[in-house]
Design a protein around this ligand. Structure first.
Ligand SMILES: *Cc1c(COP(=O)(O)O)cnc(C)c1O
Length: 381
């Protein structure tokens, strides 16, 4: 019945096999050295990450690591001076952390609907929602597909707004060869274990071409201190630790190859899912390097497809079942069902399938066949 053992959404053992030995060595060195916070590995990682962006054509930028992707977004907004009375324009179709960061600084999230092809903010919808209180645009490169950065950069310039990119799902993604994170004022990364570049615990970072912003985030992450026991402002405890930095340093040289491996899996999905009625494949815009953090299709009869995948031992996920503007936590903002019809339709139909470096074409074909058979039996009943 089942030609394969169960297929998870992400198999880190398979992905990380080529770096397993290097990670063990690096972690043991940290254990020996007994330096765990703000040590040489964090410094080396920040330099390596900055070099990665610079060498990819990201311009003269610097990187500051923090404790999580959520903190990266939070500290970026705080460092830009966004606060009470300000509005931050963002997408209703994202992981909730994007919006939490806006609440943390006391600003108000304002949503604009998505482009139904890429699931990212539609710049034309963004224009309609700008008010005199708008201070920043916060696009999310959802599933690893970059938002329309050329249009958003132009809009931010014209209206005098900050552009903060939520790159949590898109490390290594590019537009016209230029990496995400370097188009806007601040790019925010998550190194959560399941992200394309994942640590073995929580982690995050910001990339920015504004040295002052980098400097502020550096202080904010370490209790607002300029130097030891001298506090210029009230900050936070939000540092990446040396163990995570060691893991990330070992993994960073492989990220482009891993992203290519994800893109290969995506091509196999396109080939094997092509022509199945009731399946819509994800869009990939011209000039874009999509890094497929998720391979997310749209299906009719989603329930039935999920049950069939489960029966076949194939994992699946829904990113995300409820758009942010309808979340209970956002009720005070006063949004209603029908306000963002594209995001709401996406939430009803999207289905993410297993994708990771090391997933085989045979497995992809089997997943596609399972979906095709489930939809065929829906059509005939
Ligand atoms: C993962 C994620 C975050 C938060 O990152 P953490 O490291 O888990 O705090 C923020 N935004 C998006 C879109 C994410 O996928």
């Amino acid at each position: 019945m089942r030609p394969f053992p169960p297929i998870p959404m992400l198999d880190l053992s398979r992905q990380d096999a080529p770096v397993e030995a290097a990670i063990r060595t690096a972690v043991l060195e940290v254990l020996k050295g007994k330096r765990f916070i703000l040590g040489p590995r964090v410094e080396a990682l920040e330099e390596a990450l900055a070099r990665y962006h610079r060498e990819a054509g990201g311009g003269d930028c610097g990187v500051v690591t923090v404790a999580s992707g959520t903190d990266a977004l939070h500290l970026a907004l705080r460092a830009l001076g966004i606060g009470p009375g300000d509005e931050v324009l963002t997408t209703p179709f994202t992981f909730f952390a994007t919006i939490e960061a806006i609440f943390y600084v006391g600003a108000r999230p304002i949503f604009a609907d998505i482009d139904p092809e890429t699931y990212c903010l539609d710049p034309q919808e963004v224009v309609r929602r700008i008010t005199p209180r708008t201070r920043a645009l916060l696009p999310v490169h959802l599933y690893g597909h970059p938002a329309d950065l050329p249009a958003l950069v132009a809009l931010a310039r014209e209206r005098g707004l900050w552009l903060v990119e939520d790159c949590a799902q898109a490390f290594g993604a590019r537009i016209q060869g230029r990496p995400v994170g370097t188009w806007g004022d601040v790019g925010c990364y998550s190194f959560f274990p399941s992200k394309n570049l994942g640590a073995y615990g929580d982690g995050g970072g910001v990339v920015t071409r504004h040295p002052q912003v980098a400097q502020r985030i550096r202080r904010l992450r370490n209790h607002g201190s300029r130097e030891r026991y001298r506090h210029a402002s009230v900050g936070y405890n939000s540092r990446l630790d040396e163990l995570q930095a060691a893991v990330l340093l070992a993994k960073l040289p492989h990220i482009d190859a891993w992203n290519e491996a994800r893109r290969l899996v995506a091509r196999w999905y396109r080939k094997h899912l092509a022509g199945i009625p009731g399946v819509r494949l994800p869009g990939e815009r011209e000039g874009v390097l999509h890094v497929y953090h998720q391979f997310t299709i749209r299906v009719i009869h989603r329930e039935a497809v999920c049950r069939a995948l489960e029966a076949a031992g194939i994992s699946w996920a829904i990113h995300y079942p409820q758009p942010v503007h309808l979340q209970e936590a956002c009720h005070p903002l006063g949004y209603q069902e029908g306000d963002f019809p594209r995001a709401e339709a996406a939430a009803r139909e999207v289905l993410s399938l297993p994708i990771f470096p090391g997933l085989t074409e045979e497995e992809v074909a089997w997943i596609a066949r399972t979906i095709g058979e489930a939809l065929a039996s829906c059509a005939s009943s």
